[in-house]
Design a protein around this ligand. Structure first.
Ligand code: IMP
Length: 501
């Protein structure tokens, strides 16, 4: 990234700037907003189709939001105010959502009875009805589907009496698109894949494949096996390893060491130990706001850096501890160091409107992490409440008194894991409500639209070009007032401009 004149100058003067201090300058454009490329990275090996990551907070990212965000091209980081088993279950939900290819289908044997299978289904909680049937040598000999169970009048019958013999099969190399056409043509609900010896090596199920094909899959942020990508937050020391064991088993794409002060000995030691134990797993680390901290983390193995100390909408760290750095200068300082190692930067917190996204990227971020801008959508955990004539959803800091009282992970993030009583805790965040925002897809549509327009004005065809070309003007209070609608009573709420709280 080339040096940014304004940010260099303000550094030299010892002044740190943030979003509202600046606006982007326009530049000569040959690219239209609809044609810009938004693909970028969250970490060394984890890509994004849009530069948006959801924050690991218990009022923001559970499995549901992570699924929707990955389908829109971003990634969700599942929060850690959950026990490790439940967190791994949420990751598994995301990874299995596009169950294109079932790699290890549950099979039954031909000499089992229908009663045996129904009992197993009940006990294990299987919600599906199609089972490949094997002989005792492990060879595929048939298939039973929902209809076979439904029309069976005697549960004592053997599977071999009901199954469809010589089922339709396909070779191991069959793609999801081919499987869809084959099943549609032959009106079959399932398509087992077999290897040269007749052993089953996978299966496609029509209802799943149809759902995936109907979704606009080209926007999905998926891994090399066609599964949605997802991240998960972990703590330090023992917490990290207990979670990692379960998360890795569920094929988590990236973990985030989630602390308020990333440049500290426990984080660095944990990071080194993780990279020794799981060298192939990407680890994003934070939070930091100083270039030198970034260097230490990258030298210790970080695959991505989370920048932000104090900008969050629910954060009181700068007021309670007097510490933190306005976000734009923090991102710039960190990006300069991370760029020299080829490691991506995630600008975390403090974004208020879609216009803050291109600003964060022009300051050096590869992607942004959002809490409040995603809070209040249908997909976040929690119910809507009715208050003062409108609908709201709760949104709270992970260092708020309520989050810390409820969970050790939240206390650990703020280095207070052994304090439990309300009187013993020093919160660095607040509890609150945000306006109900409706569907995540509508909200992201506006954010991505704003970013595209910003890139069009700057003349940047890609995220990297925006990082290179974006230059800032410092604005004054008068400039800020001028930037917002003024001298008018707004009579219609715009979907991308907050008018009332
Ligand atoms: P927002 O997008 O401005 O709402 O900021 C969200 C970010 O604030 C998160 O991703 C965290 O980095 C940070 N954060 C979350 N909870 C707290 C807290 O209680 N105190 C300080 N920062 C917090």
């Amino acid at each position: 990234m080339e040096p940014k004149a304004l940010l260099e100058k303000s550094f030299a003067e010892g002044i740190a700037l943030t979003f509202d201090d600046v606006r982007l300058r326009t530049g000569y454009a040959e690219v239209m907003p609809d044609d810009v490329s938004l693909s970028t990275k969250f970490s060394k090996n984890v890509g994004l189709k849009i530069p948006i990551v959801s924050s690991p907070m218990d009022t923001v990212t559970g499995g549901k939001l992570a699924i929707e965000l990955a389908k829109l091209g971003g990634i969700g980081v599942i929060h850690r105010n959950l026990n490790p088993e439940e967190q791994a279950r949420q990751v598994s939900r995301v990874k299995h959502h596009l169950n294109g290819l079932i790699e290890r289908p549950i099979c039954v044997y031909e000499d089992e009875t229908i009663a045996d299978i129904l009992e197993r289904k009940r006990k294990k909680g299987y919600a599906f009805h199609s089972f490949p049937v094997l002989d005792r040598a492990g060879k595929l000999v048939g298939i039973v589907t929902g209809n076979d169970f439904e029309f069976c009048d005697d549960d004592c019958k053997f599977v071999s009496n009901l199954m469809t013999q010589k089922p339709l099969i396909a070779p191991e190399s069959t793609t999801m698109e081919q499987a869809y056409e084959i099943m549609k043509d032959r009106k079959k609900k399932a398509l087992p894949l077999v290897d040269f010896s007749g052993k089953i090596v996978g299966m496609y199920v029509f209802t799943d494949v149809r759902r995936i094909m109907k979704d606009d899959a080209k926007f999905h942020n998926i891994d090399s096996k066609g599964r949605l990508r997802v991240g998960a937050a972990i703590g330090v020391k023992e917490d990290a390893f207990v979670r990692l064991k379960l998360l890795v088993k569920e094929n988590v794409d990236v973990v985030v060491i989630d602390t308020a002060h990333g440049d500290s000995i426990n984080v660095l030691d944990t990071l080194r130990a993780i990279k020794r134990a799981y060298p192939d797993l990407d680890v994003v680390v934070g939070n930091v706001s100083i270039g030198e901290s970034v260097r230490r983390l990258i030298e210790a193995g970080a695959d991505g850096i989370r920048v932000g100390q104090g900008p969050g909408s629910i954060c009181t760290t700068r007021i309670i501890a007097g510490v933190g750095r306005p976000q734009l200068s923090a991102v710039y300082d960190c990006a300069k160091v991370a760029d020299s190692y080829g490691i991506p930067i995630c600008a975390d917190g403090g974004l208020k409107t879609s216009g803050d996204i291109p600003i964060a990227i022009a300051a050096g971020a590869h992607c942004v992490m959002m809490g409040s801008m995603l809070a209040g959508t249908d997909e976040t955990p929690g119910e809507t409440v009715f208050f003062k004539g409108r609908q709201w959803k709760s949104y709270r800091g992970m260092g708020s008194i309520s989050a810390m009282q409820e969970n050790k992970g939240a206390r650990e993030r703020y280095l207070q894991e052994d304090s439990t009583g309300k009187d013993q805790l020093i919160p660095e965040g607040v509890d609150g409500l945000v306006p109900y925002k409706g569907r995540l897809s509508d909200v992201i549509f506006q954010y991505v639209g704003g970013l595209r327009h910003g890139m069009g004005y700057v003349g940047a065809a890609s995220i990297q070009e925006l990082r290179e070309k974006g230059e800032f003007d410092r604005i004054t209070d008068a400039g800020k007032t001028e930037s917002h609608p003024h001298d008018i009573n707004i009579t219609k709420e715009a979907p991308n401009y907050p008018t009332s709280e």
